[in-house]
Write a new protein. Sequence first.
Length: 723
Amino acid sequence: MKQKRGTKGQGLVEFALVLPLLLLVILGIIEFGRAFFIYSNLFNAAREGTRYGITNPRDYMGISQRTQMAISSLPTDEVTVWVWYDEGPHNTAQILDPNRVVVGHRVVVFLQHEFEALTPIFEPFLDGLLLESRATRTIQSLGTIVTGPPPHLPPPPDPGDPGDPGDPGDPGADPQISLTPLCGPAGTQSITVNGTGWDGDNRVDVYFGTTKVLNNTSISPDFSLAFNINGVQDGTYTIIVEGRQTNRTATATYTVPCDTGPTPTATPTATPYALVTATPSPTPELVPIVITKPIMEGATTVLGTAQPGSQLTLRVIQTGYTVNAFTDGNGQFVFTGVGGLLGGYTVVVQGYGQQDSAVVTAPTPTPTLTPTPPPDAYITIDPDCTDENTASFTVRGYNWPTNNSVKRIGIYWNDQLLESFKSATTFAPQYTLRDITADTHTITARTEDNQGNYVAPPAGATASVTFVRPCGGDPPPTPTPLPGTLPDLTMPSLRLSGEVTDTLGTYEMVRLKASVSNEGEVDVTSLFWVDLYLNPDLSRPLNEQASVDYVAVNGLARGATIEFTMYVPGEYIDATGEYTVIALADTWDQIPESDETNNRSPLLTFNVGVENPIPTPTPTPDAPVEDPGSVTGLTYINIGDSTTPMSGVGVYLYNSDGRLVASGTSDNAGAYLFENIAPGEFLVEGLVRLANDDTIYTDSLLVTIYSNTRTSGADLMLGAPTE
């Protein structure tokens, strides 16, 4: 019996000695298995980003977002994403400007994550371990979406210093709410509250005046909550949303009844391409167009207020997307189904001679982990001047440090705080200021801690720009031009279309011929806009005024010129006399050019000498709308006796009136495709310039597009012009 008890005691002692080693092995397997799992996810995410990038290489933000969407094993704010380009294995020098990418270059996605051990025993060995993954693929097509990164990207990370992943506990900038609708008749109200920036709260209370209408309701950082309330009398009410976790609040005003202003006898229709169909009234005080801001990234609806009963057009500047909508009797407008809105995109809503614009707000950017704070943090402002005492502008910041010391960024107007928000590498807040004095004003951005104290370099940064009133004041310093050669868009001519001078009459559409040339050293490879302005105020920037017509052009070869029809709608020609028009290429400064001052056409003056009767609205049955069709073909180049498919050819589609209705570039196989085109007769034209050759190779052909039919075989055989 003694020998048996001794054996049991020996087993317990041996187990106690072996157990720590066994647990160490098990925990090690878990930790290293977790590290391998995260690395595998980063590897797949980088490959997913490059898959998207080979067909949309100039969509820098889209590549980054597609990469982040594929990260599932850990929060995306713990992963740094870099995107750049190179010319291939023979030359891996970084290309940071998406506009300089061509087919055959490579897109590179680089990911980095600082691994943290779960168990304290492995912290000395695994904490700070950098998991990195790089994927590289050859670009097959330039795509149509262009979203550029900051002009100066940080270099690839130094494995010795991963940086700071940020402070996830900071709830971020103040939350905001907006209402749909903003007013209603007395009685029962149905209201939707749209919230943005509610990080840190997952439940809220909602009050209509002093009445709680929603209690302890679950939300996401960006939400929409609907409620009904009965028996509401005339008056102005405050709607309050209060966060349960942070006690932060946001308010908005709701009015009963709606104030529609003086009732006009008729409202002219602001369609750019059709004659007016309603009897104009004596000039009423038109309601300005106001977009409900902010528009958050990923939103599919754009809301706002405008003149009741008016037709409006929405444009997404970066993609060329356009859509029409009408305001209701209360002056509310809603554009639905607006997809693909990314942070930094510009949305313009215009009609009846007025417009408003908004920059899409991106979610709080993932802090970029850098070995040391970038020394070249800076800000820009757009616009940088005003002639009025009220101005709206956007402050854009690039290359700002994010580390343990920097928690927030403060924006100051003449040393007065405008806003403080969570630190980020890039940012683009919008502001509207009133009572601006005639002077040179200073806008400053600086890094701060959580108490608002300034964090100086090298851990932090500060930068300033100037804003002047009036615009004739001292201009800001001229920015350093981008390196290398650039395109240069000009408008050599703007003329009346046809043999019409003294026969122009009131309420008739005026047709014009506008030409655009690229006189620079390289091709334009992305979309830009050409806008037409009637009786413009030449003392103000044209893109701050509402245009009466616009055309999207997707690319233009060096040395090439295209001509197309533009319209002045008849509703704007309401009296005899003299009118002036001017056109502007690259309205929204999407194309970096060697000369940014020569985008205007010559000023054209014409006389309207015939007074037509005011059109009387007549009810007409709705005409059936034919379904659209499409056209596709290949682009070939003919040099000598050789004919081969050619990629990168600029292809332009004109309707029977000479209007440019679509444009694009042939893909890597030389194919092009235009979809959603109204049926009719069209002219397809192709233009291309070969490298080291000033010759423009062209071809054109007539095609017929039928409803619900793809017209194929519309091939272009491009050749040098004959003498």
